[in-house]
Design a protein around this ligand. Structure first.
Ligand code: PLP
Length: 437
């Protein structure tokens, strides 16, 4: 049994001054019925808690650390920038360099605006789409998450899904009246909705590979069809690549699918571990932003120099490291092979969805292709599995509906150790040794 005395103490102290002792809901471990741990540090593929327990980390700050925690060249770049001020409040050359780097890889992006969070990027994309088209309605998909912005919280994934929250609490009906949420992977219903709302739709926003109801693989041509129909109907297509951008490939999911969205949202990886996000796309749309156009958007910390420097160093590394994506993909495939074999041997029904270096383990023998399918998944088994795996020194996300991330720092021995821990955790589950805490 791991000793987590200091984490327990911090929790008792934390709940007196922080809501649920966290600053983002999923960190609470509430959904997996497990006492939360407090982190002390991260390095490479590992994270340590305040009791000095060491875990192999598959949360990786929810997809941020593609090179691993505290990757030295990135840390050095951040420190060098910090020495010249943590925030200057004026534009810097590095912001242009980062925008150029993004444009070089994302051919759909003529222009970029940096913001601080993925939520802001999606919110700004929506505002731009409405201003450009002069229309108000939007289509999103059940279980996709685009940040905690009122009109996008309808049937959203991530924490909302994890905790089964009503998406409407605190959100005025006026903000969601124009939001249409449809099942992902159902092109028929999408076509119907577009027909029914002809000349009223400003945009369609989609995670091209949803990762916030667990990883869901788009069925063949689903994304291409959406792209064809939106073009035909002059509806703005927004790809939310906050997770998939620079994760699935240098040019994100759009590079893989060969689809050109009108607007793209990026975040996570582009800040090298620091807060930054971006919205970018066609010049005619982007130039509607102030100061050139009438669409207002601003931010004290937008384009923060430390985030930009760390982001630049990260993307530079990804650009020049040939075979990087093949490498993390292969390690992921190796791990999943070992995990599937262990589950099969022990007779535990498991479905693992995977795209590149991202995957989700679902406790079901059925395929999981939509939000509705995720509702059938056994959350109690996931909670027991999470806890058993944590005891074996491996940290998976504390929710059945989040994704695991493999980084460049997850070496072959780390993958091997994870597979062994996975096998032991399933064994414990099977023996029924664990009582859900
Ligand atoms: N879009 C997607 C696909 C995300 O996964 C997230 C966060 O996880 C967001 C938007 C919101 O980003 P942030 O948490 O930086 O506001």
């Amino acid at each position: 049994m791991l000793i987590q005395k200091h984490s327990r103490e911090l929790y008792r102290r934390g709940i007196k001054s922080l809501v649920g002792s966290v600053n983002s809901p999923v960190r609470s471990f509430k959904a997996v019925n497990t006492p939360m741990i407090f982190s002390r540090k991260g390095l490479g593929a590992h994270i340590w808690d305040v009791d000095r327990n060491k875990y192999i980390d598959y949360i990786m700050c929810w997809g941020v650390h593609i090179l691993g925690h505290a990757y030295k060249p990135v840390v050095c770049a951040a420190i060098a920038a910090l020495k010249k001020s943590s925030s200057l409040g004026l534009s810097c050359e590095n912001e242009i360099k980062l925008a150029e780097m993004i444009k070089r890889n994302f051919k759909s992006m003529d222009k970029v605006r940096f913001v601080s969070t993925g939520t802001e990027a999606c919110m700004t994309a929506l505002r731009l789409a409405r201003a450009f088209t002069g229309r108000s309605k939007i289509i999103k998909f059940d279980g996709c998450y685009h940040g905690h912005f009122d009109s996008l919280l309808v049937k959203s994934g991530s924490g909302n899904l994890t905790f089964g929250l009503p998406s409407g609490a605190g959100v005025l009906p006026a903000y969601t009246r124009d939001t249409i949420s449809l099942p992902f992977n159902d092109i028929g219903l999408f076509q119907e909705a577009v027909k029914k709302n002809k000349h009223q739709l400003a945009c369609v926003i989609v995670e091209p590979v949803p990762c916030n109801m667990g990883v869901i693989i788009p069925q063949e041509n689903f994304i291409k069809e959406i792209s064809r129909i939106t073009k035909q109907e002059n509806i703005i297509l927004i790809f939310d690549e906050v997770i998939t951008g620079f994760r699935l490939s240098l040019s994100g999911a759009q590079g893989i699918f060969g689809v050109t969205p009108d607007l793209t949202c990026l975040g996570k990886i582009i800040g090298g571990g620091f807060p930054i996000a971006a919205v970018g796309g066609r010049k005619q749309i982007m130039d509607l932003l102030a100061p050139l156009g009438q669409v207002y958007q601003a931010g004290t910390f937008s384009g923060n120099p430390v985030s930009v420097a760390a982001g630049l160093k990260t993307l530079e590394y990804l650009e020049v490291s040939s075979g990087f994506y093949d490498g993390i993909e292969k390690k992921t495939k190796d791990l999943l092979f070992l995990m599937r074999s262990a589950a099969e041997t022990q007779g535990i029904p498991l479905t693992i969805n995977n795209a590149g270096s991202v995957f989700t383990v679902f406790f079901t023998d059925k395929s999981v292709r939509s939000f509705a399918d995720t509702r059938q998944v056994d959350q109690q088994s996931y909670a027991r599995f999470f806890s058993a795996l944590l005891q074996q020194g491996v940290l998976f996300p504390p929710s059945a509906f989040e994704a695991c991330f493999v980084s460049g720092a997850h070496s072959e021995p780390v993958i091997e150790r994870t597979a062994q821990a996975f096998k032991r955790a399933l064994g414990k589950m099977r023996q029924g040794c664990l009582t859900a805490r």
